[in-house]
Design a protein around this ligand. Structure first.
Ligand code: NAP
Length: 252
């Protein structure tokens, strides 16, 4: 098993890409902390996954809103106390946010930045402090194809994801001498609840952006996170791994 005995936190783990990653990494032998908002289904999902995996400590739920430094610090501290270490963190919590610049309010812009960028910073700081004490670890940050490419109507989202890609590079440089790897992933459009509420025409438009001819599946992103999390990626740090059905290939 590729993550045997590793202790891993996934933020935003009750849905979509986060939940698929929790499931995938459980199957590879990791012990999971599924973290999400207090009012999510995370607690019930974690209980069921732990039962399936055969042990209460295989999958724990710890509520955490990544906009709160206190909650993020407590998430990492409690995970380390209950599991013994924090070997992998997938910093995945995020929200969508559409709208052209002229109609984007300060409130809407700042909310996307606070969750999708500042949240990744808070999680990275807490995770790296713990991993530095251990002298090992792997942090994977969730960016997007919009981390390096623009798209009309995504001013806040693309600003946040661009920040995640470049923050990851700096963190990788700081963390390498301490035995810790830091990478980001860049999913194309993935069929998750984040895309719900879209008209069939808009959805078809997104499909056309991907040379592979469909949207991605959450487990296809989970497979990439698994690789970066595992020791198979022992010489990979500072990378931005696209999982995008060829979306970015013609735009370089
Ligand atoms: P999702 O199904 O909506 O999952 C995101 C999870 O994060 C949800 O459970 C959400 O809770 C939670 N969350 C929201 N705000 C939070 C906060 N402040 N603190 C903690 N958790 C919070 O979306 P997804 O598609 O799997 O997205 C996961 C990540 O992939 C995001 O970073 C997203 O930007 C990125 N991504 C997605 C796509 C895509 O096409 N789906 C493409 C590229 C990148 P609620 O459901 O209550 O909001």
């Amino acid at each position: 098993m590729r993550l045997n005995g590793k202790n891993m936190i996934v933020t935003g783990g009750a849905s979509g890409i986060g939940l698929a990653t929790v499931r995938r990494c459980l199957r590879e032998g990791a012990n999971l902390v599924l973290s999400d908002l207090e009012n999510s289904d995370g607690e019930a999902i974690a209980r069921e996954l732990a039962r399936e995996a055969g042990g209460v400590n295989r999958c724990l739920f710890i509520a955490c809103d990544v906009t709160s430094t206190e909650q993020v610090d407590a998430l990492v501290e409690e995970s380390a106390a209950r599991l013994g270490s924090v070997d992998v963190v997938f910093s995945n919590a995020g929200i969508g946010g559409m709208g052209p610049v002229e109609t984007t309010s300060d409130t809407d812009y700042l909310r996307v930045i606070d969750i999708n960028l500042n949240g990744v910073f808070r999680v990275a700081r807490a995770a790296l402090r713990q991993m530095y004490r251990q002298g090992s670890g792997s942090l994977v940050n969730c960016a997007s194809i919009l981390g390096t490419l623009g798209q009309s109507g995504t001013v806040a989202y693309s600003a946040a994801k661009g920040g995640v890609v470049n923050m990851t590079r700096t963190l990788a440089l700081e963390a390498a001498p301490r035995g810790v790897r830091v990478n980001s992933i860049g999913p194309g459009y993935i069929d998750t609840p984040l895309l719900q509420g879209m008209s069939p025409e808009a959805r078809e438009g997104l499909v056309r952006l991907h040379p592979i001819g469909r949207l991605g599946r959450d487990e296809e992103v989970a497979n990439a996170v698994l690789f970066l999390a595992s020791d198979e990626a022992s010489f990979v740090s500072g990378a931005y791994l696209l999982v995008d059905g060829g979306y970015a290939a013609g735009k370089a």
